[in-house]
Design a protein around this ligand. Structure first.
Ligand SMILES: *[C@@H]1O[C@H](CO)[C@@H](O)[C@H](O)[C@H]1NC(C)=O
Ligand SMILES: *[C@@H]1O[C@H](CO)[C@@H](O)[C@H](O)[C@H]1NC(C)=O
Length: 208
């Protein structure tokens, strides 16, 4: 009885396996071997972030460089976040200097530029710390490594607060101005949330 059951389930899995492998092979030309593995590593980690589609889009180009290292993935995510925060700062500086804003909005724009500047500083430190982390032996749970990851979590979450406060500073302003600010800052804010999610997941993996 037990033996025949085993035999049936074995047969079933063989049928299922060949059926599904055939199907996925036909559905789309999957990248072969190592490339596919690298992509699925990025996709698996991105799935746990707040904006997975943005995460995939931003980090797939770095899949080969990331390999299967969480620290390298976090490093790449922070790189992208820093670049986004820098361009948002530039855009908000131009808006503040443009002279087209009502006094209250102009003041909000000035505050936003200084908050985004702080965010850039914290993200730059985060990138440096994560670069060191990535250079170290994989899986080394030293006190120093833990301190570095905790610092990055603090900095990235402060950067996210700065992005959010910048946008909130325009709450009472005209819809056009509000939308323009959102257009500059929401992308970097989402990148920051994603990078923070990756770093948090990485910290959760490291034994205390
Ligand atoms: C996948 O990642 C490994 C480790 O970083 C790398 O050596 C390899 O070249 C990558 N393969 C592809 C095809 O991207
Ligand atoms: C992050 O950016 C630096 C400087 O541009 C680059 O050298 C490094 O390879 C990047 N890291 C990753 C993981 O993409």
């Amino acid at each position: 009885m037990a033996r025949s059951l085993d035999c049936t389930s074995l047969l079933l899995s063989v049928v299922l396996l060949s059926c599904c492998c055939g199907l996925s092979g036909a559905a789309r030309p999957a990248p072969s071997g190592a490339a596919a593995d690298n992509m699925s590593f990025v996709r698996a980690w991105c799935a746990g972030t707040e904006y997975p589609a943005l995460c995939d889009e931003t980090l797939f180009p770095y899949a080969a460089a990331v390999g299967t290292s969480p620290a390298r993935l976090a490093w790449a995510a922070l790189n992208a976040t820093l670049a986004g925060a820098r361009s948002a700062t530039k855009a908000m500086k131009a808006m503040a200097a443009g002279g087209h804003l009502a006094p209250v909005a102009a003041e909000a724009a000035g505050d936003c530029v200084s908050m985004l500047g702080d965010a850039v500083d914290m993200l730059r430190q985060s990138v440096e710390a994560m670069a060191e982390q990535a250079d170290e032996e994989e899986g080394q749970a030293t006190q120093q490594a833990k301190f570095r990851v905790d610092s990055v979590r603090t900095w990235a979450s402060a950067a996210l607060t700065d992005d959010t406060m910048c946008m909130e500073g325009f709450k009472g302003e005209a819809a056009g101005v509000k939308e323009a600010v959102r257009g500059h800052v929401v992308g970097p804010a989402h990148l920051t949330a994603n990078a923070l999610g990756i770093v948090n997941a990485m910290a959760a993996q490291t034994p205390p």
